[in-house]
Write a protein that binds this ligand. Sequence first.
Ligand SMILES: Nc1nc2c(ncn2[C@@H]2O[C@H](COP(=O)(O)OP(=O)(O)OP(=O)(O)O)[C@@H](O)[C@H]2O)c(=O)[nH]1
Length: 300
Amino acid sequence: MTAKDSYKSGFAAIVGRPNVGKSTLLNRLVGQKIAIVSDKPQTTRHKIHSVITREDAQLVLLDTPGIHKPKHRLGEYMVEVALGTLKEVDVILFVVETETPGPGDTFILEQMKRVTTPVLLVINKIDRIAKHDLLPLIEGYRQLYDFKEIVPVSALNGENVERLTDLMVNYLPAGPKYYPDDMVTDRPERFIMAELIREKVLHLTSQEVPHSVAVVVEDVAERANGVVAVRAIVYTERDSQKRILIGKSGAMLKRIGQQAREEMEALFGSKFFLELWVKVKADWRNKDSYISNFGYTPER
Ligand SMILES: Nc1nc2c(ncn2[C@@H]2O[C@H](COP(=O)(O)OP(=O)(O)OP(=O)(O)O)[C@@H](O)[C@H]2O)c(=O)[nH]1
């Protein structure tokens, strides 16, 4: 058998309750910022395909929305997408924190019992606990489910993350490359831009505002001088939220725009001109038509 014949390729899903560090892990695995990271739960709404290409294997990672008991229509959609993904992939990464499992973790474990895909348990944030507290935690999880592997990692500082990639590759079937070598995501750039803007809203606002927001990039145009001009709309649900997002004399919107622009420039390597508008669409999260307009439509 030649080296080419033994090439492996396949798909892995990252699941876990909100805020356990899935996006941070995904970014660390791929080595570039793809998914947005936030300290506010439930910020990942899309399935993001990222690609790790090695000499022996290509691994396509799907970031799934945090599985949780849905409170509104968008929430139900998010759970549906996550569950559908579990059946389609070659291996599942179930990410938890360094704590005994809570109701959110148990809910996901129950869902995983309905599929036959191999599951690797990733215990994240091990930088926060003493090594001797890890063993009892691992033992506790071992009692709950027949995990193929249990891998303690720190997505934040990268500890053990490479080993995790090696283990995932073990579960991939023989197959060709799905994507070109230099590709890290198949998401259009507009999507990444919108997510960067939404990330800044999440960081800079509080209470009910962050989750009321959807961002749509309406126009991207490269000017003759090389500057990329982007016009984006920040949708929110109420006038009061709009006022907060704009801020006194526009100060908040200016900060959001400035920080998003700086990250776009770092990521894409061009100068950006970013124009942001805030619009109210009352109760958009409960309306199917708005949900699909904002791009939250089932993919497969
Ligand atoms: N100490 C520590 N913090 C981490 C680690 N990984 C992630 N975090 C932090 O945990 C918080 C949540 O991280 P995210 O990556 O946004 O979590 P997520 O699971 O994608 O969250 P959702 O999008 O809500 O599903 C952020 O404040 C991260 O900086 C880690 O290994 N160690």
